[in-house]
Ligand binder design. Structure first.
Ligand SMILES: NC(=O)c1ccc[n+]([C@@H]2O[C@H](COP(=O)([O-])OP(=O)(O)OC[C@H]3O[C@@H](n4cnc5c(N)ncnc54)[C@H](OP(=O)(O)O)[C@@H]3O)[C@@H](O)[C@H]2O)c1
Length: 483
């Protein structure tokens, strides 16, 4: 694997949850794999007046809890490689102070002036931070300067356009890395490998052979401590516009001209442009009420801490859409996501057309189950190809069996998505990042559904969501494939 050039990694939001649970362990893992240079240094930035020693202790505790590595070496790394800067109110002087601190760290460690800025910040702070960096000239560097922007990138099409405009005022698109951490998952990347290196499937991957595609991202967790953010966002913004749409475009895209960032992103954008506007009647919104998950009783959404009693925020969305191009015209794509569902499971189910003539209909007491390919993103990463086999014995009776592959059978530890994505930022590979036009196309698609006024169907926690979501499929003779 390519080693990153010597650089300084600057994290805005260096005291936040993302830094603690994901970024610090991922950065340290890159260090232990020698994928960064020995001169590699991290500069955490936040408003809190931490002194550097206190920050290093905080980081050590985070790594003790979330990294899988030798404690003593980790603590040593924290003490020698982590730095901290308090940005105060983020005024011009504060950014000038930040520049000074960056130059000090670079000079002390003979770094060549390559800088990656990671905005692990509440989204409302993105604009002021981009502006602050730009005004101070930190959008450029003696070496390279890259900026990583966390999700959500905008709240609707207008705010996404505005944010892109601001980003492009200071940065060239080649410097910008918009994160959707789903793209860092091995199994999501494997979608491309699976499709474009196994021609037996690719030759079936079209409207002639495929009956429907279902994409489910189900969580068992509730809103937890994120109510402040989540109640303003809802499932459509939090999951559908980004994660599910990424799974959709990777499933539906044409083969790119090369395995290269822009070639891949061009094909994803073409899929988004081919989706016909989604009608209100093709969407079901839901909100969980009290129920049971894995035998434990859980609260309903509006009884959760910091959720307004009268909240109408959706915690579940199911929708049906059509991709109006030569490959997919007429094939329904069903997307579904929710909190407090029966199981934690992210899956893509590709259902093939049934045989043109059913020779065995009637002899096995049930219709033939169509072949289905189930790609599981989490948990139990892998895939299953469901086929029909003859049950041994007299007469012809059929049974559905699976040809399956599980990552865990052959590979021990899958790297965390953030580790992959950080390495890509540091080696200038934008393949797994969302391009500016792509994020706008996705918002364009879903913004009309954000207008409100739709019915919110409640569903019992611990189920697969409101029963009415079955209607979206039943109208076309389909059903949610049991997971
Ligand atoms: N946590 C996750 O698992 C997760 C997963 C996916 C995406 N994300 C995204 O990652 C970003 C950060 O999430 P988080 O969960 O880490 O949030 P968080 O725990 O609330 O942390 C926010 C961080 O930003 C800092 N901050 C707030 N205002 C600031 C300002 N004006 N200038 C500089 N620093 C400021 C905070 O420190 P001070 O208050 O001291 O400034 C803190 O370090 C969000 O965009 C979120 O959507 C998070």
């Amino acid at each position: 694997m390519q080693k990153a050039e010597p650089h300084l990694f600057i994290v805005f939001g260096g005291t936040g949850d993302l830094m603690r649970r994901k970024l610090l362990p991922a950065l340290y893992s890159l260090v232990t794999q020698e994928l960064v240079d020995q001169s590699f240094r991290v500069l955490a930035v936040a408003r809190d007046e931490f002194d550097e020693g206190a920050y290093r202790s905080w980081a050590q505790e985070a790594l003790d809890e979330f990294a899988k590595a030798d404690g003593e070496a980790m603590h040593k790394w924290c003490n020698s490689c982590l730095n901290y800067f308090a940005i105060g109110k983020g005024e011009a002087d504060d950014f000038a102070g930040l520049r000074k601190k960056i130059e000090e760290v670079e000079s002390a460690h003979e770094l060549p002036g390559n800088r990656a800025f990671y905005l692990a910040l509440p989204p409302r702070v993105f604009p002021a931070t981009i502006e602050g960096l730009g005004r101070e000239g930190l959008n450029e560097a003696p070496g390279w300067a890259r900026i990583v922007v966390e999700k959500p990138f905008g709240r609707n099409i207008e705010s996404a356009r505005e944010l892109n405009k601001l980003v492009h005022q200071y940065y060239d698109e080649t410097q910008v890395y918009r994160i959707d951490h789903y793209l860092g998952k091995e199994t999501v990347q494997n979608l491309l490998v699976f499709r474009f290196s196994n021609p037996i499937f690719e030759s079936l991957w079209n409207r002639d052979r495929i009956d429907s595609v279902q994409i489910t991202v189900a969580e068992t967790v509730g809103v937890g401590t994120r109510a402040g953010y989540y109640d303003q966002a809802g499932a459509l913004r939090d999951m559908v516009q980004n994660h599910l749409t990424q799974l959709l475009t990777l499933t539906a895209m044409e083969a790119p001209a090369a395995f290269e960032a822009d070639a891949i992103r061009n094909e994803k954008v073409k899929v988004l442009k081919s989706i016909t506007p989604i009608k209100d009647s093709d969407v079901v919104f839901g909100q969980y009420r009290a129920g049971h998950i894995l035998g434990e009783s859980v609260l309903g959404y509006t009884d959760e801490e910091n959720v307004p009693e009268e909240s109408e925020t959706e915690t579940f969305v199911a929708l049906r859409l059509e991709i109006n191009n030569w490959r997919w015209q007429g094939v329904p794509f069903y997307l579904r996501t929710g909190k407090r569902m029966k199981e934690r499971r992210s899956q893509i189910v590709v259902t093939f057309r049934p045989p043109p003539v059913s020779l065995f209909m009637g002899t096995n007491q049930r219709p033939i189950s169509p072949n289905a390919l189930i790609l599981t993103i989490q948990p139990d990463e892998g895939f299953d190809l469901r086929i029909e086999v003859k049950k041994p014995g007299q007469g012809i009776a059929l049974k559905t069996e699976s040809l399956d592959f599980r990552y865990s059978d052959d590979f021990v530890d899958l790297p965390d998505g953030y580790e992959t994505l950080l390495h890509d930022v540091l080696t200038a590979d934008q393949t797994l990042f969302v391009r500016g036009d792509e994020v706008e196309e996705a918002w364009e698609l879903y913004t009309p559904l954000l207008a409100g006024g739709h019915t919110i169907h409640t569903y019992e926690a611990g189920t697969w969501g409101p029963g009415v979501s079955d209607r979206l499929l039943a109208e076309l003779g389909d059903w949610w494939v049991s997971l």
